[in-house]
Design a protein around this ligand. Structure first.
Ligand SMILES: Nc1ncnc2c1ncn2[C@@H]1O[C@H](COP(=O)(O)OP(=O)(O)OP(=O)(O)O)[C@@H](O)[C@H]1O
Ligand SMILES: [Mg+2]
Length: 279
């Protein structure tokens, strides 16, 4: 028999003993194509972790395994201290997933979208929860407008707000800003930062190197089926010597670190000024 106290104690113990996400030796092939060939990483609670990789490197595959949508061929993955293979229901209760394409309903208003999800998730007092989320994602003014009138950034923020109903401790954001303009991207970044500030663990995948650079506490680079680098931005930058331009010492951008590590062309990182425009 579980008492309420023992459930709370269990939660507390899991929080102390397990990182929010733990992946060990993960392997996955589609037919003969080996996509993941032994992926290892941990994501600390309350942190933002960026999984970086080229098209087809296996980012979505990794997220889908963590989300219990897909089974790994080998290795283990845990979310919130629960193993995806042995405790999939507990894993599913621990995260929410926001995919690349927004799941919001155009015909409804922003508020109606949120209330709908809150009711589906049987949240007590949906109105209060929804008002809180609208406020947190700066959507209060637009709350009664149909989503069809929203900008891309607003839709994304609404989508992320929807995925937070029920307070999942972990959120997976698969390419949260793909297709957004720079301004909308910054709006979403702000929302993601606030999530982490409120204690939510964020695993995000991205192809935008500056996104990882701006947002993530740690960045892992997935390449040819393995994590070939994993560290803070400062740690990754230390993998390359500081670039020097005449008398001015410059640190390499994450983009340069990324390209050099994956071996695409690490030779021109000292002189190519076109890749430094966003600095
Ligand atoms: N259901 C599937 N059947 C066969 N191959 C698949 C399937 N899903 C993914 N793949 C292949 O696995 C590889 C990894 O795909 P995945 O979607 O995980 O990459 P990704 O890193 O998310 O790429 P992107 O940046 O384009 O989203 C790709 O080569 C892809 O074609
Ligand atoms: Mg993908």
């Amino acid at each position: 028999m579980f008492t309420k106290k023992s459930v709370v104690d269990d939660d507390e113990r899991r929080r102390r003993e397990h990182p929010a996400i733990r992946v060990r030796g993960l392997e996955k092939s589609y037919g003969k194509v080996e996509v993941l060939r032994g992926v290892d990483f941990d994501v600390a609670r309350g942190s933002i972790f960026a999984l970086l990789g080229s098209n087809g490197s296996g980012k979505t595959t990794t997220v889908r395994i963590l989300a219990t949508v897909l089974k790994a061929d080998a290795g283990t993955a845990g979310v919130n201290g629960f193993d995806v293979a042995t405790h999939p229901a507990d894993v599913r209760a621990s995260f929410s997933l926001t995919g690349q394409f927004t799941a919001v309903d155009d015909i409804l208003t922003g508020r109606e979208n949120l209330v709908l999800v809150a009711k589906l998730r049987r949240i007590k007092d949906p109105g209060t929860v929804v008002d809180g989320l609208l406020d947190r994602f700066s959507l209060t003014d637009a709350a009664t407008r149909k989503v069809s009138t929203y900008s891309g950034g607003m839709r994304r923020r609404l989508d992320i707000a929807m995925s937070l109903i029920g307070n999942p401790p972990v959120i997976f954001l698969d390419e949260p800003t793909t297709g957004l303009d720079p301004e909308a991207r910054i709006e979403v970044w702000q929302a993601v930062k606030e999530l982490a500030a409120n204690g939510t663990t964020v695993l995000l995948t991205t192809q935008y190197l500056n996104e990882a650079e701006h947002l993530a506490d740690r960045i892992a680079i997935l390449h040819q089926g393995r994590i070939i680098a994993n560290g803070t931005l400062a740690e990754l930058k230390r993998l390359l010597p500081p670039a020097k331009v005449e008398y001015v010492e410059k640190q390499p951008t994450l983009e340069e670190v990324f390209l050099a590590i994956i071996g695409d062309d690490g030779t021109n990182h000292t002189t190519d000024t076109t890749t430094r425009e966003h600095e």
